[in-house]
Design a protein around this ligand. Sequence first.
Ligand code: NAD
Length: 508
Amino acid sequence: LRARTTQYIFTRTYAMSASHTIPKLNDPSLFKEQCYVGGSWIDAKSKEKFEVHDPATGKLIGTCPEFNKEDTERAIQTAADAWPGFRKLTGRERARMLREWFQLMQDNADDIAALITWENGKPLSDSKGEVQYAASFFEWFSEEAPRSYGETIESSFSFNRVFTRKEPVGVCGLITPWNYPAAMITRKIGPALAAGCTVVAKSPGETPFTANALAELAHRAGIPKGVVNFVTAMKNTAEVGSTLTASPTVRKISFTGSTPVGKLLMKQSSDTLKKLSFELGGNAPFIVFDDADVDAAVTGAIASKFRSGGQTCVCANRIYVQKGIYDSFAQKFTEKVKAFKVGPGFSEGITHGPLIHERAIGKVEDHVRDAESKGAKITTGGQKLPDLGVNFYQPTVLTGMTTDMKIASEETFGPVAALFPFSTEAEVVKMANSVEVGLAGYFFSRDIHRIYRVAEALEFGMVGVNTGLISDVAAPFGGVKFSGFGREGSLHGIAEYQILKTVTMGGM
Ligand code: NAD
């Protein structure tokens, strides 16, 4: 029955070579298996490498250097050496470089998208969307760079004059996850460079090749040597992290990833008192009130829940539907999910690719079986898809969810939609706020008073009202509670990479 209701696609559109499965890049020189440090492509001093595998097939994509403490310290020193020269450039000069990097991303968009699909697994059309979203951070911050002004301030004393300057914080350590291999990096590097900082970016071990392609384009864009440095590690990830956090030369850490790793990095950064911004885990509620446009809510919930196979930090994780419309919502929602086409990301017409690795599949299985054992009903999905490749899971809908099930409090990070019934506004707001994290929350309603009330009552950094899509370079992105602090994108994103210096001139 499941095989009939959800379509699974088996065809592959890319060719095999002797050792690798290679997508056809227009510019194969964008595929780099080294680290970009100080304007050169280098190996780890130990020559050690780690393997990166295609999440759809498990086949080897390539290898990357296994950087250790010494290699990372070298990258930090390179960034420190480049900083005095880079910070002296005017905002407009830095803007022109970011604009050129943006343009090169546009010119090479198909290749970057292919690399994303290859190592992350998401459908090629989604990867193309990610490239545009990622590039938008270079465009946006190229516009912010020349307009980051200080202030003149009326002093309390007639003999003083006071003004402020916004100055770059210095060398920044950037650590990003695999779920948006391009966008998570550009969202940090764009504002860092706009502010006049230099960076050491630790790209994710699962998806280093997209990051390397971006590094190659930085080189071609004329970003001065040492301003952007990319380091890679798999087994030595924690060592690279502790080197970045312990270094007094690194003045700022920006991290996107899980809450436990965020807490660890914060502890490690305390001895050197770094400026920090953390975008951590979410567990988004998605509330549908019975005064909502149900069809619009179904569309919004699909977009919010199943983007990137449910592997985004702002994905709906707990879908609360008011009892009066619960059954009709569940039925319409399930029909849409049954129409998904699952398969390798390069295949034509697929809507969903594999999950990133076996651990991700394990967590999804655990959450589904836990809910099932406590009385939830699976209306579609609920199984692995081993015939498609290594990390495929059926898009799944669970009804009859209760608060004792794991999904009520833990982030699934996979293609599982859990529908919880509720009775009153007060009850659902309490349930929505009951988790430790507070990244994104959503609700659908047509009652203007309720819209204000609930938007204000939800304890989340971002609230979507009558929409399932909230990511926008122009809008501040970030969380509260255990989802972290700091904001990316928008007018505010650049401030995370600046210090506000006050200059007081006396004797006037
Ligand atoms: P993770 O925390 O395990 O890894 C994230 C990154 O940190 C990776 O590059 C990883 O290599 C690195 N890392 C892991 N341990 C480290 C250490 N000790 N020192 C230095 N670096 C270390 O997270 P993940 O499982 O890869 O990603 C999924 C999580 O990220 C989810 O919880 C999700 O909600 C969160 N996330 C948040 C956002 C956001 O904007 N808030 C965006 C995407 C993902």
